[in-house]
Design a protein around this ligand. Structure first.
Ligand code: TXA
Ligand code: MG
Length: 317
């Protein structure tokens, strides 16, 4: 359904325990009523998502957080005030009304207010907080268009709201501000530099731990079906008989590639992030034997792009 005219019907589907995929400024989410444990269980099932991987709760506006959790810690309130609505997810204590399945049994809850009119209108019309992971099967490419959702999840979703391509194209940045120094649990659309300008130095949790607090941080994630690897310097011409695709940052590579996607001809990282998953979905659809990807400059949102590329490549190592 179109994202604007479908809101009322989609909200009623949410209220009655159904699943609604909806656009946000980052990627499409697969939403369920966060107060309804059975609806949330359907989200895990539809995504084939392991039960240890907690969901993000989405609110229509920042003022809803206080209603949900009671007193909002000052550090959370400060970042919410500065960056919501927007691609920042914050960690708070899980309130009793949120069933443990949402947080995979953790005592903490991830929460954000998306910067997308249809998303916020949907959540407001549903009148409940909405638990929503990215609307893809677990471990696969994230969806930045309604077609990606339909192709990946199909009949497992009751309604898909189509709002076109998402603006940021990469998931929210997840930050835990409960300790002395803020910790970035997942690099994302809000650059670390922007965070540090607001709160001073932050730590970035790198790699993956055995205890996946944020499984978007699992070593292997965000993967296409086609084997993918990071380019190693100048790529040799494609080998005999192999059909390979190349994901370039700004310049077309020389050599004999069966398919090439350029993320941003003008070298703009924001544009590159917005196009990243769509370009990977397209390369994945060409039937090449291998996708070779070129890392982008490791600054701003480029850090989150490289993070996704590394994890996608790790799936195939
Ligand atoms: O941009 C986004 O964040 C998108 C849109 C739909 O909002 N959502 C998204 O959700 O990326 P998902 O489920 O694909 O990724 C959520 C990440 C997971 O890595 C999960 O482990 C982490 O958030 N997470 C959820 N609750 C957490 C918690 N209490 N503590 C630490 N990490 C948490
Ligand atoms: Mg995801």
């Amino acid at each position: 359904m179109p994202a604007d005219s479908g809101i009322a019907e989609a909200a009623s589907v949410l209220r009655t325990g159904g699943l609604v995929a909806f656009p946000t400024e980052t990627v499409y989410g697969l939403g369920a009523n966060a107060l309804d444990a059975r609806a949330v269980a359907r989200v895990f099932e539809a995504k084939a998502r392991p039960s240890f991987d907690p969901l993000i709760t989405h609110l229509a506006e920042a003022a809803e957080l206080e209603k949900l959790v009671g007193a909002v810690p000052a550090a959370v309130a400060a970042l919410a005030e500065r960056f919501w609505p927007g691609p920042l997810t914050l960690i708070v204590d899980r309130p009793a009304v949120i069933p443990p399945i949402v947080t995979s049994g953790l005592q903490t809850m991830a929460v954000r207010v998306p910067d997308h009119e249809a998303a916020r209108a949907l959540i407001a019309a549903a009148g409940v907080p909405v638990a929503a992971p990215s609307a893809n099967r677990f471990g696969q490419l994230s969806p930045t268009r309604a077609e990606h959702v339909v192709r990946g999840l199909g009949a497992a979703v009751d309604v898909v709201l189509d709002g076109g391509s998402t603006r940021c194209g990469i998931e929210s940045t997840i930050v835990d501000v409960r300790g002395d120094r803020p910790v970035v649990l997942r690099l994302g659309a809000l650059p670390v530099e922007a965070l540090e300008e607001a709160v001073g130095p932050v730590s970035v949790r790198s790699g993956s731990s055995g205890q996946p607090v944020a499984p978007g941080t699992l070593a292997a994630h965000y993967a296409p079906r086609t084997p993918l690897r990071l380019a190693a310097g100048a790529e040799p011409a494609a080998g005999e008989g192999a059909r390979r695709g190349f994901l370039a940052f700004r310049e077309r590579p020389s050599g004999d590639w069966a398919a090439v996607e350029v993320l941003s001809g003008r070298g703009d990282l924001t544009e590159a992030a917005a196009r990243l998953f769509d370009a990977l979905h397209r390369l994945d659809g060409t039937g090449v034997d291998e996708i070779v990807v070129e890392p982008v400059p490791d600054v701003g949102v480029g850090r989150a792009i490289n993070d996704r590329l590394r994890r996608a490549a790790a799936t195939w190592r």
